[in-house]
Ligand binder design. Structure first.
Ligand SMILES: Cc1cc2nc3c(=O)[nH]c(=O)nc-3n(C[C@H](O)[C@H](O)[C@H](O)COP(=O)(O)OP(=O)(O)OC[C@H]3O[C@@H](n4cnc5c(N)ncnc54)[C@H](O)[C@@H]3O)c2cc1C
Length: 248
């Protein structure tokens, strides 16, 4: 089905580190969506419309945020990186995707695992009440290469303050010394037991729901570790424990 485009304009551009940025696009008219869903974002390039899917990093509204990494040699992201305030950017009128709280099992604790820009859907979810009304404790694990790739940390601090410590944030840094959190990869943190130690809760079928988003290698490796713990992928007709969003 042909995508219906809304012609938006770039309202703000926030650079977290070289090549890692958030675009705020003014695009009134996008149909209501649930945090965790994604939109197509793109631009007309000569004869073709160049677009890619992006998780929306903000809840529904007239201004939408997209948390993006510039992929070296990528077709679209170097162009998105070069956009200036006020320039046109197209956004699809309807979001899709089932990486949402409605499609995630209810449990005592919710684990949110992300690598890189896989953080985007969780930023949108944390800004709405549903996640706080449903889960007692939320453990957000963000895997990045360098400390400077940790985005949205001030906002996460604010959530922690507002919710009396119900949000535990564990940064996982692979290529530099981690002052807080874990140095290495999410899978190593999980396998070694250190992740649960830092979070102060177990990741187990009885108490946990897990969402994971980002790099496909991390997703495959974590899925295998969760399966070994007796946790299963959650399906509509077959309730389980975890849900997955693949970026590539
Ligand atoms: C459901 C969904 C949601 C997505 N949400 C986001 C998002 O919120 N933020 C975001 O930055 N990307 C997101 N992506 C990826 C995005 O759609 C593009 O693939 C990416 O921005 C690269 O586009 P490009 O045209 O520059 O690269 P292309 O020329 O299309 O090259 C694609 C290659 O880029 C690499 N790549 C793709 N995404 C990433 C990434 N995030 N980090 C590192 N390498 C990557 C992979 O090797 C991939 O094969 C999402 C993808 C899906 C399927």
């Amino acid at each position: 089905m042909a995508i219906e485009w809304i012609s938006g304009s770039l309202k703000a551009r926030n650079v977290w580190s070289d090549g890692l940025f958030t675009l705020t696009v003014h695009c009134p008219g996008v149909a209501c969506f649930e945090p965790g869903q994604f939109l197509q974002v793109g631009m007309q390039l000569h004869e073709k419309h160049l677009h890619r899917p992006y998780s929306v990093a903000s809840p529904h509204g007239e201004d939408l945020e997209f948390f993006i990494i510039r992929v070296d040699g990528g077709e679209l992201t170097p162009r998105l990186w070069d956009l200036q305030i006020g320039q046109r950017i197209d956004v699809s009128s309807k979001a899709t995707g089932s990486f949402t709280l409605s499609h995630t099992p209810v449990a005592k604790n919710l684990w949110l695992l992300a690598t890189g820009t896989g953080l985007a859907p969780y930023i949108a979810m944390l800004r709405e009440e549903k996640i706080w009304d449903t889960y007692q404790r939320i453990i957000l694990v963000h895997g990045v290469r360098y400390l400077t790739d940790l985005a949205y940390t001030d906002e996460l601090d604010e959530h922690q303050e507002a919710h009396g410590g119900r949000l535990v944030f564990v940064p996982v840094i692979s290529r530099a010394l981690a002052i807080h959190g874990f140095q290495g990869r999410i899978t190593q943190a999980l396998e070694s037991g250190k992740l649960e130690e830092l979070a102060g809760v177990e990741m187990c079928p009885e108490t946990s729901a897990v969402m994971m988003c980002g790099n496909p290698q991390m997703l495959d490796d974590v899925e295998a570790l969760l399966n070994a713990r007796g946790m299963r992928k959650h399906k509509r007709n077959e309730p389980g424990h975890y849900v997955v969003e693949r970026y590539w």
